[in-house]
Design a protein around this ligand. Structure first.
Ligand SMILES: *[C@@H]1O[C@H](CO)[C@@H](O)[C@H](O)[C@H]1NC(C)=O
Ligand SMILES: *[C@@H]1O[C@H](CO)[C@@H](O)[C@H](O)[C@H]1NC(C)=O
Ligand SMILES: *[C@@H]1O[C@H](CO)[C@@H](O)[C@H](O)[C@H]1NC(C)=O
Length: 181
């Protein structure tokens, strides 16, 4: 009893000890994700792919309050410039909702590799193409963004959640940036 009380004061909060997994250079990805040629747990893999598929449904449906179906509540998400690092689903929800307020969107997920790092750890790299559709004066105008989500997953109970996300842009945004104004 006394020991646990003392430990409570000595141990720093877990969040402070979190150190993000570095983003790999694109040229390293084919040889890092060796999963393609090894047998893995197909049920867990499908569960991860399905969980990932909820992300576009949440974003495009503007149902940002459901981001915790995909991410841990304390997710560390680096969405790159201009959004930057966002800690936690609350910050992610507020920032994404605000930045996507003037537009409708479709996020298309493509190439996706799943690599298990342990029984309760996995990493995925998933290509996306995001179409942002202007409204009102900008009806018919679009801005396309291309990139990948580099996600680190943890098993939480029977579910899988993204604990860390790095969004990497491939190329510049193409189209009419004024639709966000
Ligand atoms: C966030 O990601 C971008 C793009 O990969 C990178 O340039 C930047 O250094 C990252 N920020 C942090 C704090 O790691
Ligand atoms: C997010 O969390 C990381 C690691 O816990 C920390 O280093 C960083 O300062 C936090 N950033 C923001 C914007 O809260
Ligand atoms: C963006 O859309 C507006 C409204 O339709 C149009 O006036 C403007 O020329 C467009 N800009 C570009 C760069 O296409």
């Amino acid at each position: 009893m006394l020991t646990s009380v003392i430990l409570l004061f000595v141990l720093p909060p877990l969040a402070l000890t979190f150190s993000p997994t570095p983003v790999l250079p694109l040229s390293a990805l084919p040889t890092t994700f060796t999963s393609a040629s090894h047998p893995q747990d197909p049920t867990a893999e499908l569960q991860i792919r399905n969980t990932l598929s909820l992300y576009p449904l949440i974003i495009d449906g503007k149902a940002f309050e459901h981001l915790d179906l995909v991410f841990t509540r304390d997710v560390y998400a680096n969405y790159s410039a201009p959004l930057g690092v966002l800690n936690g689903t609350d910050a992610l929800a507020v920032t994404l909702q605000k930045s996507l307020e003037p537009v409708d969107t479709q996020h298309l997920l493509g190439t996706c590799v799943v690599q298990f790092l342990g029984k309760d750890d996995a990493r995925t790299v998933t290509y996306f193409q995001a179409s942002h559709f202007g409204r009102g004066l900008f009806n018919g105008q679009v801005l396309y963004a291309y990139g990948a989500y580099d996600d680190s997953w943890v098993k939480v109970g029977k579910a899988w959640r993204v604990r860390q996300r790095s969004l990497v842009h491939y190329g510049p945004g193409i189209g009419n940036v004024s639709i966000f104004s």
